[in-house]
Ligand binder design. Sequence first.
Ligand code: ZN
Length: 561
Amino acid sequence: MSHPHPDLSAPAPLQAGGLRVIPLGGLGEVGRNMTAFEYDGRLLLVDCGVLFPEDHHPGVDLILPDFEPIRERLDAVEALVLTHGHEDHIGATPYLLRERGDIPLVGSKLTLALLGSKLREHRLRETAQYEVAEGQTITFGPFVLEFVAVNHSIPDALAVVIRTGAGVVLHTGDFKMDQLPLDGRITDLNEFARLGDEGVDLFLTDSTNAEVPGFTTSEKDISPVLEGVFAKSDQRIIVACFASHVHRVQQVLDVAVAHGRKVGYVGRSMVRNMAIAQELGYLTVPPGVMVEAKELADLPPERQVLISTGSQGEPLSALSRIAQRSHSFVHLEEGDTVVLASSLIPGNENAVYRVINGLSRLGANVVHKGNALVHVSGHASAGELLYCYNIVKPRNVMPVHGEFRHMRANADLARATGVQNVVVAEDGVVVDLVDGIAKIVGKVEVGYVFVDGTTIGDISEASMKDRRILGEEGFLSVIVVVDSVTGKVVSGPEIHARGFAEEEATFDEIRQPIIDAINSAVADGANDSYQLQQTVRRVVGRWVNRAHRRRPMIVPVVIEA
Ligand SMILES: [Zn+2]
């Protein structure tokens, strides 16, 4: 098995007839999935998603894949293939299109519809779109694409086959193998087998659940649990789930109808996505069941169901507002039931538990995946991946979509089935498929691109570190005025603190040492304010660390007057 190596250098130019794979995001993290394939000087992109920030990204709205390795070659991009409509696969597309607006977009009907509403929100013109379905073939430059149905936690997901002179690549996208999905559309193992017979040279597979033994539970198994929750409740029920989980919403609708309840959506993305899903026929809404969420409150509580966003504890979401009693029209009553029918994405735990606590404090019965089967994963577990490897019999495997541990577990599964060559790469690690063998050939720089308010990519990892220091340690400013001729301190030091000891007296013991340090620096020949500022920073830094065991951000300002 090949490992990424920290001292990899930039790859040599791609050999003629070879296919290059450049992961720009999603390998080493759960989110911002994006892969570039290069053949004969042309590029094909698969997915362009966002990563949601965690607690250690204060103030960041979104994290994008890094387009830098392909930025100079955007003209060579033949198409962007979107495997399904989840944010971590389509969410960064508007940002890519701002750099080149006419990249052809390829995806299934639902994927393109969800993307379309996103592009309109970003006020981007809709570019050439190629709607594809399973079994279809379409060619872009040297890339001959074919699509295979896969089952996932959103309808209409596709795996993509990429045929070039270098061989056959099969990219699963996100998938699982639910044998009894609500829409009857299973992962097409017949097609996987046929491709296996033809010969798959490189198989890129979803690693998210590779550490989970066995098989992912069927979506349908949630229904009886919801049924039980509804049967027990004689007040209002609020169900929070992902705004793209059409089948989860379908199950809630069906149970609500069975119990004579009416349903309203809360949360902008829920309203928007479910309208799209209903219009395109992916969601079947029984007549008379839907009510405007605001009007739902006119009904008796035992006839109300709200389907809401905010299952990940997003602070501005409908559910968070409800938990904080700040939602404009949903006011929780003691004895109401709240169901969090969703996963707990790593990094969101604190936020989710905060919401659960807030709801519990208001007297709600909270049902979540920790105490009931109200969520199943959208990803293939180890057992399903083993089936895939045995059916596809690929020559080379490259695990994708997941943290390193997930990709590593996925690699072990592939090897256990006898796959000879397994390549574990991370973002930026370049893999070439040449003469039927996939190999790591180098590395390109791939960083985190932060979207922060209206700026994209202006916030660096260094400023993120500053924000963490500000958040955890606070801030100290020291202002000193020195005589421009003698270097003597004529005013100050004036010390201001935020998020640190704010008592004036705290700083009394350090004022004189600052003056002494400046005087001795001047005596040693320091003659500009930059040098004196460094002196102040050192003295104050040592003192804070010794006397307070803290490392606040220190901003020294020395003014020559
Ligand atoms: Zn997905």
